[in-house]
Design a protein around this ligand. Structure first.
Ligand code: NCD
Ligand code: ZN
Ligand code: ZN
Length: 343
């Protein structure tokens, strides 16, 4: 097959940032996705409906010329106001809530420190059928960085499923076979997004001939056995698994540094990367489920009516996306070619 036509995909996990970076990166997402779940980990984070309305307007201003709907998220803190949150959800301002365990990843310092503090908010969300999105890592210094997803599942996620019995949760950027298994074991209550980098690379990519900061993201790339489990899950067509790029732009000089930022800017190459995986797995017939059907189904949202065609036709990915007066951002596969293009 050298061509595939499907309902227009959505990106269920993306960082569009703010200011000049937003202006430089948003078009890449808006060009090929109909909707995207926009992460709230700005500095300071998006924690109220009012802030989300203002941020959404800045995103919309950055994507003029595209038919693209940003779906906003609220950054859960120990002090989240359930009334503001649920009113924002009912008004169509918020689509979901994002839980960052404090200090787990980029701009997560304001994240949740104790579930007792947010129990009421989580119950209100369950009552109103609002999804909780989690960064699934337990950021304890004594836990090996490669084991933090499993620790999160055992110590936080499984107890949380019991604590708030009807809450639906998305494990964002799942990276291990443990994550895949737990999603399968809780059909309907748990979903998971999977990134292109976790499908294409294992942790060797971080050390290939030297330290490779552009492959560094959180959760960090894992062993090959986990990558293979993710590929099986993504290409299975099972409703629990859907597309979420976790495109996370950082300026080049902040990644190529003594203490480099976590995040892979994959938006310019994400769809081509996913298509390569589905082609390699002989599963292009399952791509629409992963990219365009399973996500809306889990969120209880309508699917997109528009159709798009992807062709097996090489596409050059630029080496650096300029950001006015600040530098540039190096995309995944930047300076090279990918095999698939949008028609
Ligand atoms: C993300 C970022 O840069 O905002 N980084 C990353 O490595 N994935 C944060 C996140 O999604 O955890
Ligand atoms: Zn995350
Ligand atoms: Zn992310």
């Amino acid at each position: 097959m050298t061509e595939i036509t499907i309902r227009k995909p959505d990106d269920w996990h993306v960082h569009l940032r703010d200011g000049e970076v937003l202006k430089s990166v948003a078009g890449f997402t808006a060009a090929c996705f109909a909707r995207a779940i926009v992460m709230p980990n700005l500095a300071p984070p998006v924690t109220t409906a009012r802030e989300a309305v203002a941020y959404r307007a800045r995103v919309e201003a950055a994507v003029t010329g595209h038919t693209f709907t940003p779906l906003m998220t609220c950054y859960l803190t120990d002090n989240t106001d359930a009334k503001d949150l649920i009113a924002g959800f009912k008004d169509g301002i918020f689509t979901a809530v994002k839980l960052y365990p404090a200090h787990a990843t980029t701009n997560s310092a304001a994240g949740v420190t104790s579930f007792d503090k947010v129990q009421g908010v989580l119950e209100a969300m369950a009552e109103n059928d609002m999804r909780l999105l989690v960064h699934g890592e337990l950021p304890k210094a004594e836990i090996d960085v490669f084991d933090r997803e499993k620790a999160f599942i055992d110590e936080i996620l499984l107890p949380l499923l019991d604590r708030v019995p009807s809450l639906k949760i998305v494990m964002e950027h799942v990276t291990t076979s443990h994550g895949v298994d737990v999603v399968r074991a809780h059909k309907g209550r748990l979903g998971a997004t999977i990134t292109p980098q976790h499908l294409l690379f294992n942790r060797n990519a971080l050390f290939n001939g030297g330290l490779r900061p552009h492959f560094y993201c959180l959760p960090v790339l894992k062993r090959e056995e986990h990558r293979l489990a993710l590929r099986k899950a993504a290409t299975s067509g099972e409703p629990g698994f859907f597309l979420g790029t976790d495109s996370a732009p950082h300026l080049r000089h902040l990644k190529e540094a003594a203490c480099g930022c976590a995040g892979v800017f994959n938006a310019p190459a994400a769809l081509a990367a996913y298509l390569r995986v589905f082609e390699e797995e002989n599963a292009l017939d399952k791509f629409e489920a992963f990219a365009s059907l399973n996500g809306p189904e889990f969120y209880g949202l309508p699917v997109n009516e528009e159709r798009v065609t992807f062709r097996k036709k090489p596409q050059f990915i630029c080496d650096g996306v300029p950001v006015d007066k600040m530098g540039e951002i190096h995309p995944m596969f930047g300076g090279g070619e990918v095999d698939w293009s949008m028609a």
